[in-house]
Design a protein around this ligand. Structure first.
Ligand code: ADP
Length: 727
């Protein structure tokens, strides 16, 4: 094009106008091929040249076109920027027109869009030699642009409608706005929304928008029985459009719907079902009253998309209603519980709480509403809560248990235990909520228990130390006793010899004196010597007993077991005691001892045992009887020595087998004895592997029982056990 222009200019500069066409001859073939209109207009306004595209675009035969003037063409051109006159004016003024989008009305009445350029060609003298008109058919592009605009408008409309239903939903307002937007955008007479009633048999006209001057139908269609319009029912229930383009065109069937629409002046209508939760719950549609209307695909799309938006919004509303209902129930529950409940926003401002929280904190409802959560606490607790809530936010944890002190409004310090949850609204975190409980009592208890435990621990520690100390002492003491005991028995065993020897001499000499070997004794001397002898004998017996005990304790005594004929053995013992028994006129009885009875024991030691028991029985019995009773038991034999003597008071039972212990009473004191007899007897019996025990009642008598097993066991630990038993 540029090249052509410059060629033309070149020709013009020659000053020979005719050469333009001549030079065009050169490009003619090319110009004929191009898809834009190309016209050369002479200064006399006549069309000097046009290509066939120009003829085609203007809808005028090529030959005819050449006979026209530029002004004839101007009458076919409609510009949206220039008025027709101004286009002509521009041409007359020799001005260029660049890329003007114009509409060309062709001869056959059809229209095209054209990109128009008009350029005057000047010679050296600045005179117009000709004007070049080029025009490009841009109808396709324009159509595309229109479509694009339509799509954009559609999307804009849908976006603006959808946005109605976002955020807090005033459902009625959003529906009303939506109907209005559709109505205006589609330039219809009316937009309507129907919902099914509970029986699903009636359609209720719930919402309506009417264009200016259009009569409302909402009262007329308030309750429309669906059965009356079977075609509508069928379409709606099967999820299809209901479309009527001309209600008066009964050639397309004379349904009830057409009749009623025409009677209500509705010429065209288009409706589509609304689904909520997968179920058809109503219809959305629009009417046109002015003229029949062929519904465009965009109309179908729009109504379908909007009914989906409304359906979704309805679902949300139903859910929200349910939530609100359950929230109400939940709030009622919250009010009736003892636990405090709080909801705060992300800044800690109270948004909801129950009465129990007021009671726990001591703040009134008004106080709390104006308070921030953090204002209830001291710096440390505030910091603690801040950190804990932040953790909850960071890790999106759903739950946390917190414990912290709080000052009530009246200054009283209490301890609270609180759960903390994130609070969501749809998907966004909007704050925190939780339950609060006063755990001051529990805390006090815990504190007391802790301090008690601490004190107890201290006490236990002190006591343990004391006990350890005592045990250590006792151990030391025992060690010493054991040492001294061994020492004592060692000592006694060796020294008793030395003690007994002088006593033997004393007794021997007194015997000689009493026999009168050294001359006769006067009665006074006789009495003295008798006393000396009995004292020496007593001493001797005592030393013998001590010696025996220490021998047993140091393990130096060994028993010589023999078979003993019990009856003979007893008679032998009794023969020496008979005179004492008779002296006191006591009755002696032996029970269960037969000739055949054989027992196993050390005869020397057994004699000592029985003599000692019988001696005591005689000594401590003034009148009555002494009974000796023999029997066998499972593993050995048993001997009972019963007397009807003074008896032993229960509080003295523990003394009886102890070394050197006698019962303190005038009667006992009047009898001879050292308190060693039973101590030694017990040791000897135990050396046999047997046991001695007694029963007694003060003033009624005593029974001693000895039990000796047939097979005495050797017991190496006997000595030390005996010794420890003494402690
Ligand atoms: P002793 O006879 O030398 O006093 P024992 O060791 O034989 O020492 O007895 C210890 C004490 O037991 C006696 O002093 C006496 O108090 C009491 N006793 C022993 N046998 C009898 C008994 N048969 N009846 C009453 N008391 C008895």
């Amino acid at each position: 094009m540029e090249e052509i222009n410059s060629k033309i200019k070149e020709a013009c500069n020659d000053g020979q106008g005719n050469r333009i066409l001549e030079s065009l001859e050169f490009y003619k073939e090319f110009i004929e091929l191009v898809n834009f209109a190309f016209l050369v207009i002479n200064p006399d306004n006549k069309i000097a040249y046009c290509n066939s595209t120009a003829a085609n675009l203007f809808g005028i035969d090529n030959g005819e076109l050449k006979s026209l003037t530029i002004f004839d063409l101007f009458s076919q051109i409609r510009s949206y920027t220039f008025e027709e006159e101004s286009l002509v004016q521009n041409y007359n003024d020799g001005k260029s027109i660049n890329n003007e989008v114009v509409q060309i009305k062709r001869k056959n009445n059809s229209q095209i869009w054209m990109n128009l350029c008009l350029k005057p060609i000047l010679n050296e003298n600045e005179q117009i030699t000709c004007t070049i008109l080029t025009g490009l058919d841009i109808s396709g592009m324009k159509d595309y642009e229109n479509q694009l605009n339509q799509i954009m408008n559609f999307e804009k409309l849908i976006t603006s409608i959808s946005s109605q239903f976002l955020g807090t939903l005033d459902f009625n307002k959003a529906i009303k706005d939506t109907l209005k937007r559709i109505g205006i955008s589609k330039m219809v007479s009316r937009v309507y929304l129907f919902s099914f009633d509970e029986s699903n048999e009636y359609l209720i006209n719930t919402h309506e928008w009417c264009a200016e001057g259009i009569e409302t139908h909402i009262d007329f269609f308030r309750k429309t029985p669906l059965n009356k319009f079977p075609s509508v029912k069928e379409n709606i229930l099967s999820g299809k459009f209901v479309s009527i383009e001309n209600s008066l065109d009964f050639s397309k069937g004379s349904s009830n719907l057409r009749k009623i629409l025409s009677s209500r002046c509705v010429r065209a209508t288009l409706a589509y079902p609304i689904y909520t939760n997968g179920i058809i719950s109503g219809i959305l549609g629009f009417d046109d009253e002015k003229k029949p209307r062929v519904w465009a695909p965009e109309d179908y799309s729009l109504i379908k998309v909007v009914s989906q938006i409304i359906g979704n919004a309805l679902e949300r509303k139903i859910d929200e209603d349910k939530i609100q209902e359950s929230e109400e129930k939940y709030r009622n529950i919250l009010e009736s519980i003892k636990e405090g409940y709080f909801e705060v926003d992300l800044y800690g401002n109270f948004t909801f709480f129950n009465d129990a929280l007021c009671e726990i904190t001591g703040y009134s409802r008004e106080n709390l509403l104006n308070l921030n959560y953090s204002e209830l606490y001291d710096d440390d607790t505030r910091q603690y809560l801040y950190e804990e809530f932040n953790k909850l936010l960071k890790i999106k944890n759903v739950f946390k248990m917190l414990e912290y002190p709080q000052k009530k409004k009246n200054g009283e310090l209490i301890y609270l235990e609180s759960s903390a949850y994130l609070k969501y609204d749809v998907n966004a975190i909007t704050g925190f909520k939780g339950f609060v409980r006063d755990v001051s009592e529990r805390k006090k208890g815990e504190f007391l228990r802790r301090s008690f435990n601490q004190k107890l621990e201290e006490k236990v520690l002190i006591r343990t130390n004391q006990l350890t100390e005592a045990l250590d002492k006792q151990k030391l003491y025992l060690d010493q006793i054991i040492k001294s005991s061994y020492f004592k028995t060692e000592f006694l065993a060796t020294m008793s010899h030395e003690l007994r020897t002088p006593l033997n001499s004393i007794i021997g000499f007194t015997d000689l004196l009493l026999e009168g070997i050294y001359g006769n004794l006067n009665p006074e001397q006789l009495e003295f010597i008798k006393d000396i002898k009995s004292s020496a004998e007593h001493q001797f017996d005592m030393i013998s007993q001590i010696l025996d005990i220490s021998k047993i304790e140091s393990g130096q005594i060994s028993l010589k077991f023999e078979d003993i004929h019990l009856l003979d053995f007893m008679n032998n013992i009794l023969s020496t005691l008979r005179s004492l028994i008779n002296e006191k006129k006591l009755v002696l009885e032996m029970k269960g001892i037969k000739k055949k009875h054989l027992i196993k024991a050390d005869p020397h030691k057994l004699k000592h045992i029985i003599e000692n028991l019988l001696n005591n029985a005689i000594k401590f019995t003034e009148k009555g009887y002494i009974i000796i009773e023999f029997s066998y038991y499972k593993n050995g034999w048993e001997l009972l020595i019963k007397d009807s003597g003074i008896g032993i008071a229960e509080e003295n039972f523990r003394l009886i087998f102890k070394d050197f212990k006698r019962v303190k009473s005038p009667f006992v004191d009047s009898t001879p004895g050292s308190g060693l007899g039973l101590a030694l007897t017990k040791r000897i019996i135990e050396l046999h592997g047997g046991r001695i025990s007694f029963s007694s009642k003060l003033g009624e008598g005593t029974t001693f029982r000895i039990r000796i097993p047939n097979e005495p066991k050797k017991n190496d630990t006997f000595v030390i056990e005996q010794f420890l038993g003494k402690l």
